[in-house]
Design a protein around this ligand. Sequence first.
Ligand SMILES: [Zn+2]
Length: 111
Amino acid sequence: MHELSLCHAIAGVVRPHAAGRRVEVIRLRVGALRQVVPDTLAFCWTLVRDQQDMPEAELELELVPAAVRCPACDRQSEIESRWSVACPECGSADVEVVAGEEFLVTSVDVS
Ligand SMILES: [Zn+2]
C-alpha cells in the first residue's frame, strides 16, 4: 500500500510549512500514472494526520489525466490506460509523457 508512504511524504512537506499552526486543508495534485487510489489515500491520511498532530487537516485531491506528446504524428493526447504508454492516434510507443506523473502539494490552508 504505497498510499501510506505517500501520506508520510505529504506530512513531511506540510509540517515545516505549517510551523506549528493549525492545518485545515492540503491541496494535492496527483497524476493518473501515479496509480493512487483516492479512497485508499484518504483512509491512509486519516491515520497519518493523527500521528503527525494535524487532526483537522483535510486532503483535497486534484486528479490530472495522463497525456503524451507524440513526435511521429505531432499530437498531444490523453491516454486512458496506465499500463501502456503509447500514442492513441498512431500507436507509436515513442512518446513523451507530458502529464500524469504529478504528485505535489499545491497549497496549504493554515490558521
Ligand atoms: Zn502518434
